[in-house]
Ligand binder design. Structure first.
Ligand SMILES: [Zn+2]
Length: 218
């Protein structure tokens, strides 16, 4: 199994997006950032983001600080992700930060109590699970950077120098296996939902809010 490194925010100090961000940036149903947004700037509700060099925000936007951008390499970040400026509550552009999001976030999967639903408007899949974490193997090119649905960033293990990562207790560095036989029973979830093999699960149309996976023993 291939292994990927998942960089994500740890800790409880969250960064909030400002209500002054233009509404047209977000899906009108699920309120997450639209995939076709380019040249954006993203306003936060604080003077600066949290103490972690990576911060995840509710509209599935990830903020990364210069010391982490330099390890990932900025040209690589710009090649694989949508990149925008970060503006603070006083309207000042934060030169040491970038706001990023991916075309199709990689879903971090689990082993227990697995379920998903889809947004009726933009088709985004929302996933929930407990237990051990892993991903379904993504099609990827050398050095490709993905965003995850947990607002982290994901790269193949060999494509990043872990020793150079910023030393911060608030930066989560997690190894995720790419498992072609997901234990949540959903297989290639995105492909199966797209093809209709798994239902698009809208809260309005299903008795339960989430489409549940078949029970899998841990
Ligand atoms: Zn949506």
């Amino acid at each position: 199994m291939k292994r990927f490194i998942h960089l994500h925010e740890r800790g409880l100090e969250t960064t909030d997006s400002s209500s002054e961000n233009c509404r047209t940036m977000f899906c009108s149903k699920c309120r997450n950032i639209k995939k076709d947004i380019v040249n954006f700037s993203f306003k936060i509700n604080q003077i600066k983001p949290s103490t972690s060099p990576i911060a995840g925000l509710h509209p599935i936007v990830t903020l990364i600080e210069r010391r982490l951008i330099d390890v990932l390499k900025e040209e690589r970040v710009r090649r694989w992700l949508h990149v925008g400026d970060v503006v603070n509550q006083q309207g000042i552009k934060l030169e040491n930060w970038l706001a990023v999001f991916g075309d199709s976030p990689i879903i971090v999967r689990g082993t227990r109590e697995c379920s998903y639903r889809t947004c009726e408007e933009c088709g985004r899949i929302f996933y929930s699970a407990q237990g051990g974490r892993y991903i379904f193997p993504p099609h990827h090119e050398d050095g490709q950077i993905f965003q995850t649905d947990l607002c982290g960033l994901l790269v193949e293990e060999g494509a990043i120098d872990r020793d150079r990562l910023p030393k911060s207790r608030w930066l989560g560095v997690e190894v995720l296996n790419a498992d072609p036989n997901p234990r949540d029973g959903f297989g290639n979830l995105e492909a199966q939902v797209a093809s209709g093999a798994l239902p698009r699960a809208f809260p309005e149309r299903f008795p339960s809010r989430w489409e549940l996976a078949p029970r899998v023993e841990d």
